[in-house]
Design a protein around this ligand. Structure first.
Ligand code: PLP
Length: 443
């Protein structure tokens, strides 16, 4: 079959787009069939944190595949799964000491929701089933995970299929929707969680799920330091489990193993994914507090849940190799340093009339794009500013994270840059210069 026919055979997301054919990756770079080089400014899907072409990870995978490629988690356990659970519980904060491994982030979110439900049932609170989430949050594409996702553009088409989970406002200081918070944050968005719990009925609410900094629906909206402590307090008050979705932020991207550590708060569960395997194998999971595990152990009823690839040995082996590399290469320290440098360099972009705000944490950079800096009026979607900017950058050899197109809850549009964590100063200089040129070209 010719490649032209094969392109039709592959059911891609956007059937009108001719995707560049990538043949190779090395470090922060991707190479297409013509030899053109792209900076992978989205680190794949924000997962390839250790860069492309890591020989030692490939070797570890091959060795594991030869030794034991698979066995089913309902019948057996394996040494790589035991070892990775131990390593993950050691890096997780507080008494988050137990790991359940799955393949993708959406599976992780579904798993956490079901753990929350079964936990409450086993404690005699069988009515608790609702999961409160936030508008603009992204938690995955499967129906349960999409049910907690708060991006209308992704939900609306499938609305009749989704569970009816309540949503509250995100903590998005640049576009705070609460009267009374102008110029001074009153944490009204955190108190809205309490209001929603009361409105839904505390006896009905099983969990609250949030990305530590909103990343799915807007780039890097960073809450003030009291937001998560207050969320924790409210959850405790009503016996609601707090699930931190660290699928993008977990395993180093914020400069710590988990972003929630920046707020000194211990959630009841952390869902991780992406960076846990640096993209070399499908690996995600849920880290669970002692009290939840104890409830399951005392209840004597197995967790009513499994996927074929739970504890997949090859993914487990990759996870171990990734943690070794993070430690040996000082990836957390490097990320914190490069993140500070990135934010400092990016601040020069503020001179552009279309840049409303520049924000970031670790190696996550969000640039809010606006039509009017003073009024914060966003570009109308019909103008396609964001899409055109991404295209210009791609032509210049810089691929950035996909944002935009989500300007339908509270207006907003943004450029996202979350590169492999191994990026260097000179590569950052190059990226910022390219974004600068791209903005100039469009404005
Ligand atoms: N949660 C967050 C915060 C994510 O960024 C993603 C994916 O981008 C998911 C959940 C879903 O993960 P996956 O695409 O691996 O199912």
């Amino acid at each position: 079959m010719s490649n032209a026919d094969a392109k039709k055979a592959l059911f891609h997301r956007d059937l009108s787009y001719d995707y560049p054919l990538i043949v190779r990756g090395e470090g922060i770079y991707l190479y297409d069939e013509t030899g053109k080089r792209y900076i992978d400014g989205a680190a794949g899907a924000s997962n390839v944190t250790l860069g492309h072409g890591r020989q030692r990870i490939a070797d570890a995978m091959a060795e594991q595949a030869k030794t034991l490629a698979y066995c089913f988690a309902t019948h057996f356990t394996t040494q790589p799964a035991l070892d990775l659970a131990g390593r993950v519980s050691a890096i997780a904060p507080g008494d988050l000491n137990h790991a359940y491994f799955v393949s993708g982030g959406s599976e992780g979110i579904e798993t956490a929701i079901k753990i929350a439900r079964q936990y409450h049932v086993q404690r005699g609170n069988g009515q608790k089933h609702q999961v409160i989430a936030r508008w603009r949050g992204y938690h995955g594409a499967t129906l349960g995970a999409l049910g907690v996702t708060g991006i209308p553009g992704m939900r609306d088409l499938f609305a009749p299929l989704l569970p009816n989970f309540p949503h509250i406002a995100p903590c998005y200081p640049y576009r705070c929707v609460f009267a009374g918070c102008e110029g001074k944050c009153n944490l009204t968005c955190a108190y809205e969680l309490e209001q929603m719990i009361l409105q839904t009925g505390p006896d009905n609410v099983a969990a609250f799920v949030a990305e530590p900094l909103v990343l799915g629906g807007v780039a890097a909206a960073i809450p003030p330091k009291d937001y998560y402590p207050l969320v924790r307090e409210i959850c405790d008050k009503y016996d609601v489990l707090f699930i931190a979705d660290e699928i993008i932020t977990g395993f180093g991207r914020s400069g710590r193993y988990f972003a929630i550590e920046h707020w000194d708060v211990i959630p009841d569960m952390i869902v991780f994914g992406k960076a846990a395997s640096s993209g070399y194998a499908p690996l995600s999971g849920v880290i669970i507090r002692d009290s939840i595990r104890d409830t399951f152990a005392a209840g004597g009823t197995p967790f009513a849940h499994v996927f074929t690839y739970v504890n997949n040995p090859i993914a487990m082996r990759v996870g171990l190799e990734v943690l070794d590399i993070i430690e040996e290469e000082g990836i957390l320290e490097h990320t914190a340093q490069m993140g500070a440098y990135l934010l400092e360099k990016a601040s020069a972009l503020d001179a552009h009339p279309s840049v409303g705000e520049i924000r970031g944490l670790g190696l996550i950079l969000g640039i809010e794009l606006v039509r009017d800096k003073d009024t914060k009026e966003p570009f109308p979607a019909s103008l396609g500013f964001h899409k055109r900017l991404n295209k210009i950058l791609l032509d210049k050899g810089l691929s950035v994270g996909s944002g935009g197109g989500t300007a339908d809850w509270v207006n907003g549009d943004d450029l996202r840059f979350y590169p492999p964590l191994i990026i260097t100063r000179s590569q950052i200089d190059n990226v910022i210069a390219t974004i600068d040129e791209g903005l100039t070209q469009l404005e």
